[in-house]
Design a protein around this ligand. Structure first.
Ligand SMILES: NC(=O)c1ccc[n+]([C@@H]2O[C@H](COP(=O)([O-])OP(=O)(O)OC[C@H]3O[C@@H](n4cnc5c(N)ncnc54)[C@H](OP(=O)(O)O)[C@@H]3O)[C@@H](O)[C@H]2O)c1
Length: 323
């Protein structure tokens, strides 16, 4: 089968031919039709992550990685084989979800076939939902929904989203707006029209940094915003500059594992996907209540270039690969 993989840590991803994986007990094998790009796909290969790892690149305490290491977590496709034992799926089922079962690298979404335990965060694709939309949902949709629950933002409250134009931000803006939350989208460039269509009440341009854009937020919310979700800042200074726009008692969330300054109530979000939440998100899409923001659809072979491009920035929703 064709797959996009790396031959070693720090190696460049490329197209390779690999044997089809065989499903083990309790697994399903999926013929992948679409995979979706997440920054995690290149972040796991990044030097910054690897510096903290042992000599062969394996994180301390983690199970050994399999090489070639097949990239990608988010997929949609059809079950084509069932492993031994009971299984909640049948051959032919259209499914979508995340593949992360150990050992890392054995199966990834950027491949024609993958095997995944049937009790993984995978779910049936609703009949009216196209597979490319299903593939784009798992990581970014789950992150947006779980962050929203954790910040308890509700009708009448305000939420500043930094990096609102990307995959997570585009889902988060819609889900928060649907609850009646006033979303201020902090983005680089002229994205007001797109963010308004997703439900933001205002869009501010952060091209010149957090301090330069602070006055625009203060003009809207002199007392400060109720909540901040920062999908972008990787240094405390930048996160602190956005956190300074919170009202007294406001809450901040980072997805980039950066600490907020003392005195700010904040949390470091960690993805915890579940099949039940995937069902909920897919139902919302099927009912027309949630739009899956597809930025680009590319053939699988273009994944290495797309990863390079995503690392440089500029995402406007999700990139999916037709496998
Ligand atoms: N901890 C977790 O469990 C978890 C879960 C999900 C995601 N994440 C992380 O959260 C981050 C966002 O994920 P994603 O899927 O939304 O990524 P994405 O689709 O690549 O979107 C990132 C967005 O941020 C924008 N951006 C970059 N710098 C900016 C700045 N200074 N001001 C405003 N916008 C800026 C980018 O557009 P421009 O470059 O054009 O500005 C892009 O639209 C990623 O780093 C991802 O790894 C972590």
């Amino acid at each position: 089968m064709r797959a996009i993989a790396v031959s070693a840590f720090r190696a460049e991803p490329g197209l390779v031919e690999l044997p089809k994986p065989d499903p083990g007990a309790g697994e399903v094998r999926v013929k992948v039709e679409y995979a979706a790009l997440n920054p995690l796909d290149w972040q796991t290969l990044d030097r910054g992550t690897l510096d903290q790892q042992t000599a062969d690149g394996t994180p301390p305490g983690a199970s050994p990685h399999v090489f070639p290491f097949v990239l990608g977590t988010d997929f949609a496709g059809r079950v084509d084989m069932i492993g031994s034992g009971d299984n909640r799926f049948r051959v032919g089922d259209a499914v979508f979800g995340r593949v992360t079962a150990p050992p890392p690298g054995r199966c990834g979404a950027y491949a024609e076939y993958l095997c995944v335990p049937q009790d993984s965060p995978i779910a049936l694709v609703p009949r009216d939902m196209p597979l490319h939309a299903a593939a784009a949902l798992p990581s970014a949709g789950t992150t947006a929904a779980q962050i929203l629950s954790s910040t308890a933002v509700r009708s009448g409250l305000s939420l500043l989203v930094v990096g609102a134009t990307g995959g997570v931000g585009s889902f988060l803006t819609q889900l928060a707006a649907a609850r009646g939350t006033a979303v201020v989208a902090a983005v680089r460039g002229d994205e007001g029209r797109r963010m308004k269509a997703l439900g933001a009440i205002a869009t501010i341009d952060t091209t010149h940094g957090p301090d330069a854009s602070a006055s625009a937020v203060r003009a809207l919310y002199p007392e400060g915003v109720d909540a901040l979700v920062d999908l972008v800042s990787t240094d405390t200074r930048s996160f602190a500059a956005y956190a300074a726009l919170l009202r007294d008692g406001g809450v901040a969330v980072t997805t980039r594992s950066v600490a907020a300054p003392p005195g700010v109530a904040w949390s470091d979000y960690r993805l915890a996907p579940t099949a039940a939440l995937l069902d909920e998100l897919a139902s919302a899409v099927a009912r027309g209540e949630l739009e899956v923001p597809i930025d680009m659809e590319l053939p699988l072979e273009k994944a290495p270039q797309a990863l390079t491009q995503n690392r440089a920035g500029g995402a406007r929703g999700k990139t999916v690969f037709a496998v």
